[in-house]
Design a protein around this ligand. Structure first.
Ligand code: BGC
Length: 836
């Protein structure tokens, strides 16, 4: 019962208070712990029998509560559910909004991928005592961000968990890769995989067992979300392809990947419980949006065999995500057959028994509400021993499956301010080349008037302006975080130096940074040209009449722990306008941790070219200069919509919560309509649409062919076969290709380039988005006149909607529209597929 679980959320939030968790020392609930738990289990049993379509039950439960006069459900304006004189206010009105799913399904290797590993894990855990089992489920002090307990008598080591999604944070001789949002902007399957593999190799090389990434939560629902840049894209298909391929790459290299944060951590504001303020925000979402948007990318990572998943800080339908049985027992471990382990976000565990029974497997970074108390809970019957054994099985099975039990490199993690007593392990390899390639491929050219770019041979005199052109003078205020974070630059709009990564645990620590200015110097020196610069002034003033072009570098910062104050920045915008006022050929480069609106200057006639250069990692300048000089033609595409004004994002601009509520709500009332889906539905013209990006050449898309995989096929089953067992990643038939789309791309211009071709689908029904991305391909390099044949597979899941009644993906009958083109609004070909 989620409402009983929520009671545990009212335990003292001090994580040293594990005694309270297990002893029944409730602040607001008078019953003894054991009695409560027994009650909880029996009601759970009854309800799970009644509720097979569990989200429906949620609705029923909500209705019942609402009828009892206790408060409205998600999507409605929240009435104050408590007497304002009582503090803290009662949580009772919120109970039951997230459906209960119990018991927690044990993993037993039913996915072929996991069979052998689980057999070995079970053999090992059968030899462990209860305290030993418990040791494997919690964190201890150690060199890593998280360290599990060891069982030396059976040679089970402490496992090292470490951040983050774009490189090993806070270490020396490691690489700073481009951020997730940047690699997603490449729309390139091969680069996504190679990115994951290179990251994985670095983690493995340093003996890190569990890498805390990649990210698809936040997905990017809120335009100003502080962590959107760690993730891939607010489009679930692009995010899903990326999450899957990066996971595969990392795990092929031998490290356990941890897709995070599961789930609905779409804002930083009030992401956690705060003393004297209230509980964390509750992301209130309907079942369909839950599946079609937020769970969707995680399905890919699970399908690729992810060994771990990190649950998130905030509440989901008023039950904390790390004790939310619907999300963990239900969606993750039942629907998606997950056989690895669920790790709490750091200090994100909010209860002891409840989180154990809801499907959490490992608490980090300490004992949280577990440790010895988890043993007590087993002994007093509150948690079944089998549940604890399952937690340990899951951890060890992942360790076996990734073959970390033999020959795994020793952990080599050294804080920079401590004397190292081991060998330096340099894991950079040749990753700088890949970083440079991804940096270039993920940079998006959005304006290029009259062939301003690329520079020709005669471009030898450049003026360079802006704080973002050079490295920050003193970036190491916190040696762990090049771009700072909560501790250094909370609330910042911009970063005072070139931005190659953003802030918080998702930032990385470059060994070096090639700034744009450095790379321009290298190039201009080679050309025996001239540079003039001013990185300081908002209005540089001096006009150099002989200069060929002026480059202005600005950025848009973000960090974990706060949502962005704005998508624009007045001083940066003034800088661009001031330069444009004196320079007829002004090229703007924006390094941004997500969306940056540009209407303050984009139409200025002297702004002749604009590049969204994202968060490119340590080779930033080299990646950019290759594009400026035409060594590479741009092919990056926006992984989000850039609106004309911030207000065009409407209620999806900012976190939607007032700071004053004890139980803050964020109602995902827009359902499926985030980002371009909302712009398309409302007919709002964006400045630059999702998927947009220019090239130095032109392409024609030709010869569309849309057909079923099996050409003789006349009808397709509406649902996956219920007789086929679920394996990790969901029902296997969801991944079967149902249809194939083919086309031909021709380079009709005069320069060699790659092209990103996008496939959008309109699913029949008036309750679906106008169109949704369901395929993309980045071609190989095509010379002028050269063609490439492309083929896209549409799987059952790609064409299905989540049926909330059947609790299954459903392939609707009717006419599916298919568009192929260069962005979400630039279609070159269209066709249909009729499913009957
Ligand atoms: C972040 C996680 C991170 C963890 C460990 C948390 O605050 O939300 O993404 O992996 O810290 O650093």
């Amino acid at each position: 019962m989620e409402y009983l679980i929520s009671l545990y959320g009212q335990l003292p939030h001090n994580h040293t208070s594990t005694t309270a968790a297990a002893s029944g020392d409730f602040h607001y609930f008078p019953f003894p712990f054991l009695a409560l738990d027994k009650l909880s289990l029996s009601i759970q049993g009854a309800l799970s029998l009644l509720c097979t379509a569990s989200w429906l039950c949620a609705a029923a439960g909500r209705g019942a509560i609402t009828r009892a006069g206790s408060g409205p459900g998600p999507g409605t304006t929240q009435a104050t559910p408590h007497n304002s004189t009582a503090w803290p206010p009662s949580e009772l009105p919120y109970y039951g909004r997230s459906p209960p799913v119990y018991p927690s399904p044990p993993a037993n290797g039913s996915s072929p991928l996991w069979a052998a590993a689980h057999a070995r894990a079970q053999n090992l855990t059968s030899q462990l005592t209860l305290p030993e089992l418990v040791n494997l489920t919690r964190g201890f002090p150690g060199p890593c961000v998280g360290n599990t307990g060891a069982v030396p008598r059976l040679s089970i080591p402490s496992l090292c968990f470490y951040d983050g999604p774009s490189g090993i944070r806070g270490q020396e001789f490691v690489s700073a890769f481009p951020a997730g949002i940047h690699v997603a902007a490449t729309f390139d399957h091969d680069l996504l995989y190679r990115y994951g593999a290179a990251l994985g190799a670095e983690f493995r090389g340093r003996g890190i067992n569990v890498a805390l990434g990649p990210v698809a939560g936040p997905l990017g629902r809120v335009a100003r979300g502080g962590r959107n840049w760690e993730g891939l894209s607010n489009d679930p298909y692009l995010a899903g392809q990326g999450l899957g391929l990066i996971t595969r790459g990392m795990q092929d290299a031998g490290v356990i990947a941890t897709p995070k944060h599961f789930l609905l951590n779409e804002q930083e504001f009030r992401r956690r419980w705060e003393d004297g303020v209230g509980e964390a925000v509750s992301s209130n979402v309907d079942d369909r949006a839950l599946h079609e948007l937020y769970v969707f990318p995680f399905m890919n990572a699970l399908h690729e065999g992810a060994g771990a998943v990190m649950c998130s800080y905030q509440r989901a339908n008023h039950s904390y995500a790390c004790q939310n049985s619907k999300l963990l027992n239900g969606v993750l471990k039942t629907e998606l057959g997950f056989e690895g382990f669920v790790i709490s976000d750091w200090d994100g565990q909010m209860s002891g028994v409840a989180s154990a029974n809801a499907g959490l497997d490992v608490v980090m970074p300490g004992a949280g509400f577990w440790g010895e108390k988890l043993g007590d809970a087993v002994r007093n019957g509150s948690v079944a021993e089998e549940r604890v054994r399952d937690m340990a099985n899951r951890v060890l099975a992942a360790w076996f499956r990734l073959e970390q039990d033999e020959g795994y490199p020793p952990t080599s993690i050294w804080p920079s301010d401590e004397t190292r007593d081991g060998e330096v392990v340099d894991v950079q390899g040749d990753h700088a080349e890949l970083i440079r390639e991804v940096g270039t491929a993920g940079t998006v050219l959005v304006k290029n008037v009259n062939g301003t770019l690329p520079f020709g041979n005669r471009t030898r005199f450049l003026c360079v302006y802006g704080y973002d052109a050079v490295v920050k003078a003193a970036p190491w205020g916190n040696p762990d975080r090049y771009s700072g974070g909560y501790d250094v630059n909370a609330g910042w709009n911009t970063f005072n130096g070139t931005m190659v990564t953003a802030g918080g645990s998702g930032g990385n620590t470059p060994g070096y940074v090639v700034s744009p200015f450095q790379a321009l110097q290298e190039r201009v020196a080679r050309d025996r040209g001239v540079l003039r610069w001013d990185f300081h002034s908002e209005d540089p003033g001096t006009r150099y009449a002989h200069a060929d072009a002026c480059l202005v570098f600005i950025n848009a910062y973000a960090s974990e722990s706060f949502d962005r104050p704005s998508l624009e920045d007045a001083p940066s915008d003034r800088l661009v306008r001031n330069v444009a006022a004196m320079c007829a050929n002004t090229i703007v480069v924006v390094h941004s941790a997500g969306i940056r609106t540009v209407d303050a200057w984009i139409l200025h006639p002297n702004v002749t070219a604009v590049l969204f250069a994202g968060l490119p990692g340590q080779e930033s300048g080299h990646s950019l200069v290759s594009l400026l000089y035409g060594d590479t033609s741009p092919s990056g595409r926006l992984p989000y919509t850039v609106a004309k004004t911030e207000t065009d994002y409407a209620q999806l601009l900012n976190s939607s919560v007032s700071g004053a509520d004890y139980f803050p709500d964020s109602d995902f009332a827009e359902g499926l309509h985030i980002d371009y889906r909302a712009f398309d539905r409302d007919g709002v013209a964006p400045r630059f649409e999702f998927g947009f990006g220019l090239s130095y050449t032109t392409f024609a898309h030709e010869r569309l062919e849309v057909r079923f995989v099996d050409t003789a096929q006349t009808s397709v089953a509406e649902y996956p076969d219920p007789g086929v067992a679920v394996v990790q990643g969901g029902h296997p038939e969801l991944w079967d290709a149902v249809a194939v789309v083919k086309c031909v791309v021709v380079n009709t211009g005069e320069r060699e380039s790659t092209e990103v071709v996008q496939l959008y689908v309109g699913v029949p029904g008036d309750d679906t988005p106008v169109r949704q991305l369901r395929g993309f391909r980045r071609t190989r390099l095509l010379s002028p006149g050269q063609t490439a044949k492309l083929e896209f597979e549409l799987t059952r899941r790609d064409l299905s909607v989540w049926d909330v009644v059947a609790q299954q993906w459903r392939l609707r009958r009717g006419e599916y529209k298919v568009w192929v083109g260069a962005s979400s609004r630039d279609f070159r070909l269209n066709g249909t597929l009729v499913v009957s």
